[in-house]
Design a protein around this ligand. Structure first.
Ligand code: SF4
Length: 446
């Protein structure tokens, strides 16, 4: 049996984390420092390497100005400018709070877990810098305890800081290990005493979040970048990345790469092909790339190979780098079958509280499964496209849109394979029998 393209693992691949690319100032980027095999960097070594935290003794407005000047975009799903959250939180009434979202619900993504496991103090410095920028005296790190390495590394790091006399109040909160439980509004709801389910609100968390307080929720990589920005400045930050998306970017390489789960830090402007060649062990383009995670898009590898690793440029092409997951689909794989498995999983992971998820996603999963199995006909494919279009932009969060995105991009990218499937004929890999979804389509995990 062929192994699944995107495998769900609990372990954090410390030994596969690596830096990638070279740029001026690269020695102080996120994953710079001791080799991954050394494990979590200790507090004393962290301070020796980077010097004192950048926010100490500075005014909140000055810190916000530095983040604004950096152009730092969120390194999670939304790619929202961090400075706008900071400015809104600072201007809103109530005691502000910072939430480091370390839940990383994307099953194949390892970049935040790897960052926290290797450089916990870079993340915690960032959290303190963001707190100082908005005048917050409370910081929460929201995570999944099951993700080995993350919780232990953070607990040890906090103890080191406490012994060193660090004053910030940082607590760890264990959230449910669900895909949508890491969505910002779900995190806010959970920390306010409710379920970890998304909720559409007119007011963003930065204005009124946890308990109605101004809340900056951002993922661990973004927070870590903020700490380095206030430490070394916006011009330093812009020495990495591109004009459209300054700063380095963490990627998780998954699927048919030499070591799935490898995390790389892309420092210089480069292409997906170059990253996969140098860090993923691929010498020639695979069949396709899945860019942006399960809610991302399939792109024919011939086109994706030369595409820039640049959130801004990808956005112009209608793509999102999202959580930074890049999965390679080997030439002997079936993208239709992989998509059927992923969509079935997504259908089971929804909170089930909105119509598009309660009805649309299971129907899409069932039809996609029928297509993959060679039981569907052209009318079913048309119905699949209709369903995908009907759930787009609906519901209380982006989950239905993400499911629509991967389905529609699969139908477009794997058009040749699709023709074989609707004729009931085996395509390149259906004979291998890819695994059935791990989560039931009936959503029984809810
Ligand atoms: S759209 Fe789906 S995942 Fe999002 S809140 Fe509604 S039911 Fe939950």
């Amino acid at each position: 049996m062929t192994a699944p393209l995107l495998e769900v693992e609990e372990s954090v691949p410390h030994d596969t984390a690596a830096s990638f690319g070279v740029a001026a100032g690269a020695a102080t980027r996120l994953l710079a420092g001791p080799p991954a095999s050394a494990g979590a960097e200790r507090y004393a070594a962290h301070l020796d390497r980077l010097g004192p935290a950048g926010h100490l003794g500075r005014e909140p407005a000055e810190l916000r100005s530095a983040v604004r000047a950096s152009g730092l975009l969120g390194r999670g799903g939304g790619e929202f400018p961090l400075a706008r959250k900071l400015d809104l939180a600072a201007a809103s009434p109530g005691a502000p709070i910072v939430v480091v979202n370390a839940s990383e619900g994307e099953p194949a993504s390892r970049k935040d877990a790897t960052l926290i496991s290797l450089r916990p103090h870079v993340v915690l410095d960032g959290a303190e810098a963001v707190a100082a920028a908005i005048g917050a005296d409370e910081i929460v790190v929201y995570l999944h305890r099951e993700r080995s390495g993350v919780c232990g590394a953070l607990a040890r790091a906090l103890e080191e800081r406490r012994r060193a006399g660090a004053a910030a109040s940082i607590r760890l909160v264990d959230g449910p290990d669900r895909y949508v439980a890491g969505e910002a509004s779900a995190v806010v709801r959970f920390l306010s005493g409710g379920p970890a389910a998304p909720r559409r609100t007119a007011v963003p968390p930065a204005a009124a979040g946890v308990g109605g307080r101004p809340t900056v929720v951002s993922n661990a990589e973004t927070i870590a970048h903020a700490g380095l920005v206030v430490r070394f400045g916006a011009p330093w930050f812009a020495q990495a990345g591109t004009d459209g998306c300054p700063g380095s970017t963490l990627l998780t390489l998954a699927g048919d790469v030499s070591v799935p789960g490898t995390v790389v830090e892309v420092v210089s402007p480069t292409t997906f092909g170059q990253v996969l060649h140098e860090a993923g062990g691929l010498a020639v383009p695979p069949r396709a790339l899945l860019i942006g995670g399960y809610a991302g898009s399939w792109v024919d590898a011939a086109a994706a190979w030369s595409a820039p690793v640049d959130r801004h440029a990808l956005g112009l092409a209608g793509l999102r780098l999202g959580c930074g997951l890049v999965a390679a689909l080997g030439d002997d794989r079936c993208g239709i079958a992989e998509t059927a498995r992923i969509v079935a999983w997504m259908a089971g992971e929804s909170a089930g509280q909105c119509g598009p998820c309660a009805l649309g996603l299971p129907a899409m999963a069932t039809l996609m499964g029928a297509v993959a199995d060679g039981r569907a006909r052209r009318a079913d494919v048309r119905e699949l496209r209709r369903l995908a279009a009907s759930v787009r932009g609906r519901g209380a969060c982006g989950h239905p849109t993400g499911a629509a995105e991967i389905v529609e991009s699969a139908l477009d990218t794997f058009a040749d394979e699709l023709r074989l499937h609707v004729r009931g004929r085996a395509c390149r890999a259906t004979g291998d029998g890819l695994p059935l979804p791990a989560t039931p389509v009936d959503g029984s995990r809810r």
